[in-house]
Design a protein around this ligand. Structure first.
Ligand SMILES: Cc1cc2nc3c(=O)[nH]c(=O)nc-3n(C[C@H](O)[C@H](O)[C@H](O)COP(=O)(O)OP(=O)(O)OC[C@H]3O[C@@H](n4cnc5c(N)ncnc54)[C@H](O)[C@@H]3O)c2cc1C
Length: 397
């Protein structure tokens, strides 16, 4: 059987693209070599940024322009009126918050009153502040952003359920070769049986795995970059919270999202500057730094029952000249593959819809009238465990 498109990699970029392609009638198949979401997607905080975070240092560049539409597009999908019908029940939080410490609140008030952000942010009265931030001695202002937060494990399950027959497990690397007018893919399925596929086009959305694919397609590995983080996890969290704390830097000091472990307990998953600086620290140093941050930012909260863990994870992206974050999705086309292969990085989970638009613009219209893929004897991968369900917890020293 000749496929229109084979997608390599089942993170958000590949799964979103698959859903768009199948809805448009492409005979498309996705191959995943580990488990769905195993790379960055399940390690993400699930925030559908609208770009406001990047406007904080007063520059609304292309970066925030690329992100500005995203909350609306995702919300339409959740409401059943978007490009993919995700349906309800996938939000962890309706709105991400942003808090300013008491001594810096007036600086933030000027910014949030400015034309730059008007209509995209709401100042919350103290009675609407979440319990974790109700500490007027230390918290000076709380704002709600036009940004929602997704329950990423539930999102992955929903995307798998949209196209279960078109998502397949492979073990190890898939070998690619060019035939006259198509690409041949040789791989082993999840049971170790050899499989050969033919596809008019191949799109690699393999995250960090794109680096190995670049090398095999004859492209310089330098076309990809990684930006390392060490995220902080904290269990038995004092209260649910989805918020950035901004301070004097243009980056959030901490970005907190809340997740439920399988046993129902609450976990804070913490990024921001803490995690960027944590990349160069060992786990014990990160945990000490986190405890100092919380003692300073939210001293009224009780963390006495909390345990901690660090999670090292790289942001895998298309390369920029100076190693900074790309402005939007990055797509690269290797010259020797007759325009049949593409490597793609969304840069942000939020930008997966934009990446799919760009791939759709690159592809010819689908050849097959019938998008069905008949490979019933080839199993689908499962969904990987979320970081908070497989962390090695440490008692605080
Ligand atoms: C700590 C952290 C927090 C983040 N928080 C946010 C956030 O709040 N909001 C936001 O918008 N973005 C966030 N991001 C960015 C976001 O997570 C990524 O941009 C996005 O998940 C990348 O998705 P992807 O599908 O391209 O790659 P990945 O999620 O890395 O998926 C790649 C998949 O490809 C598979 N694979 C690898 N090699 C092969 C191969 N040869 N064949 C088949 N399969 C292969 C892997 O197993 C994996 O499943 C965050 C990133 C990190 C690291």
């Amino acid at each position: 059987m000749r496929l229109d498109v084979v997608i390599l990699g089942g993170g958000i970029a590949g799964l979103w693209l698959l859903a768009r392609l199948r809805a448009r009638g492409y005979r498309a198949l996705l191959l995943e070599q580990a488990q769905l979401g195993a790379g960055q997607t399940l390690a993400s905080q699930g925030i559908i940024h609208g770009g406001l975070k990047y406007a904080i240092d007063r520059k609304l560049g292309q970066d925030s322009a690329a992100l500005a539409d995203m909350p609306g597009r995702w919300r339409a999908c959740l409401a059943g009126s978007g490009e993919i019908n995700l349906g309800p029940g996938l939000l962890a939080a309706e709105r991400h918050l942003f808090w300013a410490r008491r001594n810096l609140a007036s600086r933030m008030a000027g910014f949030f009153g400015s034309k730059l952000v008007r209509g995209r942010v709401e100042t919350l009265p103290p009675e609407a502040w979440p319990a974790a931030l109700r500490d007027p001695q230390h918290v000076g202002a709380v704002y709600a952003l036009d940004e929602c937060v997704l329950n990423v494990p539930a999102l992955l399950a929903r995307l798998l359920a949209l196209n279960p027959a078109a998502i397949k497990q492979v073990s190890g690397e898939t070998r690619l070769s060019m035939a006259e007018d198509h690409v041949v893919l040789d791989c082993l399925d999840g049971d170790g049986r050899p499989r050969r596929l033919q596809a008019s086009h191949v799109v690699a959305t393999a995250g960090a795995g794109n680096e190995a694919l670049l090398a095999r397609m004859g492209l310089a590995p330098a076309l990809a970059q990684r930006r390392p983080l060490q995220m902080l996890l904290l269990d038995n969290a004092p209260a649910p919270l989805w918020a950035h704390c901004f301070d004097t830097s243009d980056k959030p000091r901490v970005t907190i999202t809340t997740h439920h472990r399988r046993d129902g307990s609450l976990v804070w998953y913490v990024g921001g500057l803490l995690a960027e600086q944590g990349a160069g620290q060992d786990e014990a140093t990160l945990i000490q730094a986190a405890r100092r941050e919380f003692a300073q930012l939210l001293p009224r909260l009780d963390f006495s029952r909390s345990r901690y863990a660090g999670l090292r994870v790289d942001r895998a992206e298309g390369a920029t000249d100076d190693g900074s974050k790309p402005e939007g999705p990055v797509l690269r086309q290797p010259a020797d593959w007759a325009g049949r292969c593409l490597l793609a990085w969304p840069t942000k989970l939020a930008l997966a819809p934009q990446l799919a638009d760009q791939v759709l613009a690159w592809l010819p219209v689908p050849a097959a009238a019938d998008a069905a893929v008949d490979l019933a004897d080839w199993a689908a991968p499962g969904i990987a465990a979320a970081p908070w369900d497989c962390a090695a917890w440490r008692e605080a020293a």
